[in-house]
Design a protein around this ligand. Structure first.
Ligand code: FAD
Length: 449
């Protein structure tokens, strides 16, 4: 499910109802869940283990914040629906609206994608700024309380374990319970729900692990205010290395180097630049030599594997609990889709709450959330499986799809309509199947080019 197939958020669909909703984790998925719970519950509490900054700064619970983050079109539209004026607020705070047709260069499969006469706005900012604006908007909701420095330690259940009735939290050394009618686990990749299910007589979700040995190394550079260039160099086998750089607020540029299967960019600045030299185009090295480093350290983030918990395959799940965001699936962010997946899931949670007033909504929600994850998962693992060393369950048809996509991309070096079609899938505007429509397929499969 993507932007073109999801039913949009409808504020009139839910009239405020009784009860207390509780979200664990105040990162993007948790904030978005809190936003939709605020329509459905009289009160909502968000518990977050970190002390939350009063500005757009990095915090320990979201270590990926130091790395490049792009908000794709699907996420942007969902955020603007849920928080009207979100992107305006983002740009007012220094984020940039760039035009992909002018400012965004994509080097993939040995060439740059062609650009067409289609205006495609993209919003660029640091990850802390994306989250800070969402946090401000959630904090301003009168029925939502965000409890910072409040660590979730466990779920509270009915005696027969059939219903989650709240959470146990630790704050300032004191441990106590908070009752809730619905608990949303938005604790990200380290979610303990699978273990909890196993320990309490439930099946835990089947888990797909796709091992890629990817790591990201990121520097912050200075930037001229007029320089809006964004560039992605996708790793293309046999080369395992890639790069992405985007302008962000404060006249800065974030530049991330990535490598598959242990071929990681060093965090020593000189060796970082040497790694950039080994990329197939000289643009990255030029950007590095023309701009001062602003960060003292180069941040490093390994993602050894993509992990998908297939909650949608469970037959039983306790009432009063759902799981969202990276806690369901966290994948190689090569296409930058995690926040958009979280935003699409939040809107789907809104629809689930609107159609079912009970707290037994998990399986219905997971079915829809799984269809959202499918799109991002197929794209990111599809890229990962281009490397023979990648191991794990391959989505059906990966080999043939990759061969087709490779041909599509090479033709898209000169055919902007193919580049646009590929871009719209990456932006989660439309699903991967759109690339097989006759209008596209004939351009891909016709001889020549
Ligand atoms: C290197 C990298 C680059 C990325 N780039 C992009 C990109 O370009 N575009 C994009 O859309 N996505 C990107 N992503 C993915 C994106 O960061 C996530 O998908 C998105 O932040 C949603 O995550 P989440 O909210 O589910 O979990 P997280 O961001 O992991 O947040 C979990 C939250 O739960 C809190 N928490 C955890 N345990 C507890 C506890 N016991 N008690 C209380 N609180 C707790 C944490 O402190 C944190 O606030 C990238 C990821 C990585 C790793």
């Amino acid at each position: 499910m993507t932007l073109d197939s999801i039913t949009r958020y409808d504020p009139d669909q839910l009239s405020q109802r009784e009860g207390h909703g509780l979200v664990v984790g105040a990162s993007m998925a948790g904030l978005l869940a809190a936003r939709v719970l605020a329509d459905a519950f009289e009160t909502v509490t968000v518990v977050e283990k970190d002390r939350l900054p009063t500005d757009a700064t990095i915090r320990p619970g979201v270590p990926q914040s130091q790395h490049i983050h792009v908000l794709q079109k699907a996420g942007q539209e969902m955020l603007d629906d849920l928080f009207p004026g979100y992107t305006q607020e983002l740009t007012d705070a220094g984020g940039l609206e760039i035009d992909a047709a002018v400012d965004f260069d994509v080097y993939i499969e040995g060439g740059f994608l062609a650009k067409g006469p289609v205006h495609m706005p993209m919003y660029c900012a640091s990850r802390p700024l994306f989250e800070y604006i969402a946090r401000k908007r959630v904090a301003a909701l009168e029925n939502v309380t965000i409890r910072e420095s409040c660590q979730f330690v466990g779920l509270v259940t009915s005696d027969d374990m059939s219903t989650v009735e709240g959470v146990t939290v630790r704050t300032d050394g004191d441990t106590h319970d908070i009752e809730a009618d619905l608990v949303v686990d938005a604790t990200g990749r380290t979610s303990r729900t699978p273990t909890w299910l196993e320990d309490h007589g439930y099946a835990s979700p089947p888990t797909d692990l796709v091992t890629t040995g990817v790591a990201y190394s990121t520097a912050i550079l200075e930037r001229k205010a007029s320089d809006h260039r964004a560039l992605v160099v996708f790793p293309t086998p046999p080369n395992r290395r890639g790069c992405a750089t985007f302008p962000i607020e404060g006249d800065k540029r974030v530049l991330t180097l990535a490598g598959y299967h242990g071929d990681h960019a060093p965090t020593d600045p000189e060796k970082f630049c040497d790694f950039a030299d080994s990329l197939p185009i000289s643009d990255v090295r030029e950007i590095l030599s023309e701009h001062e480093f602003l960060s003292e350290d180069i941040a490093f983030y390994p993602i050894p594997s993509n992990r998908r918990r297939r909650y949608e395959e469970l037959e039983e799940f306790p009432d009063g609990l759902v799981v969202v965001g990276d806690a369901i699936a966290s994948f190689n962010p090569i296409y930058g889709q995690g926040m958009s997946v979280a935003a699409l899931q939040a809107v789907q949670l809104h629809h689930t709450l609107a159609t079912d007033a009970s707290n037994a909504i998990a399986l219905q929600f997971f079915a829809a959330a799984g269809r959202i994850v499918d799109e991002a998962w197929k794209m990111s693992t599809g890229a990962d499986f281009k490397y023979p060393e990648t191991s794990g369950p391959r989505p059906f048809g990966t080999g043939i799809t990759n061969r087709y996509l490779s041909r599509l991309i090479r033709k898209a070096h000169t055919d902007w309509r193919l580049a646009e079609a590929f871009g719209r899938v990456g932006f989660m505007e439309t699903g991967g199947l759109s690339l097989f429509k006759p209008m596209i397929a004939w351009r891909v499969l016709k001889p020549g080019g």
